[in-house]
Design a protein around this ligand. Structure first.
Ligand SMILES: C[S@@+](CC[C@H](N)C(=O)[O-])C[C@H]1O[C@@H](n2cnc3c(N)ncnc32)[C@H](O)[C@@H]1O
Length: 215
């Protein structure tokens, strides 16, 4: 799925790299490319998700977004608009990607970048910022490569009360939240604990003890 795909350069590369279905969306029209579905829509609009879902006919393996605002020349404004577009793309990626799907998004650097990066990190198990040599220095474009969409019911930094109901091979206690394993270091069977999620992996999370509730 290619968001902000006009005039279609990335779509053509995607076609060379993938044998899967490819769909492109943009505010502007895209000249027909054999085998690729394209349509005009605004990625900041909620209704676009349904249009895209219908076009894909399921969930996507990969969402890429090169969408960019019309440049005003005022960097702060262009940066804010770029972050806004990237946030819309992230929202769409959450709804469109299959579990463990991948996301790539372009953003203009600026003071809102770190908080956007943190948002992407909450949803994917691997995130790396990459500034290709081809990007002009003054434009300070960065591409975020985010791999493996997390579908876990917890996120890094969450605080919750749990009970340890089994012990893993490592000897650490394990609490289950909605069938998802939370490994709590230095815990024992039966412990009732307030924990903080430290890291989330596709199939389990690590947590640290904040407070013992039963001792
Ligand atoms: C740099 S171009 C994309 C180039 C494309 N990756 C290619 O290879 O041809 C950025 C595109 O983002 C699109 N865009 C900007 N805001 C958008 C929005 N809200 N919804 C959809 N597309 C948008 C623009 O119309 C423009 O075509």
């Amino acid at each position: 799925m290619d968001l902000g795909a006009a005039p279609g350069g990335w779509l053509q590369v995607a076609k060379e790299l993938s044998e899967g279905k490819i769909v492109g969306v943009d505010l502007e029209g895209i000249a027909p490319i054999p085998g690729i579905t394209t349509f005009r829509a605004d990625i900041t609009q909620e209704s676009t998700v349904d249009l895209v879902k219908n076009a894909i006919g399921g969930s996507a393996d990969v969402v890429i977004c090169d969408a960019a605002p019309n440049l005003s020349g005022a960097w702060d404004k262009d940066h804010a608009l770029s972050i806004d577009l990237a946030r819309s793309a992230l929202k769409m990626a959450r709804k469109l990607l299959k579990a463990r799907g991948n996301f790539l998004v372009k953003v203009f650097q600026g003071d809102m970048f770190p908080s956007f990066l943190a948002e992407v990190k909450r949803d994917f198990s691997f995130v790396q910022a990459h500034s290709p040599a081809a990007s002009r220095k003054e434009s300070a474009e960065t591409y975020l490569v985010a791999k493996h969409l997390l579908t876990a019911p917890v996120r890094q930094g969450d605080v919750m009360d749990v009970q340890i109901d089994s012990v893993g091979k490592s000897g650490d206690g394990v609490a289950m939240i909605e069938n998802f394993a939370i490994i709590v270091k230095k815990s024992n069977l039966g412990d009732k604990l307030r924990v903080k999620i430290q890291a989330v992996k596709p199939n389990f999370a690590f947590a640290e003890i904040l407070e013992r509730k039963d001792k």
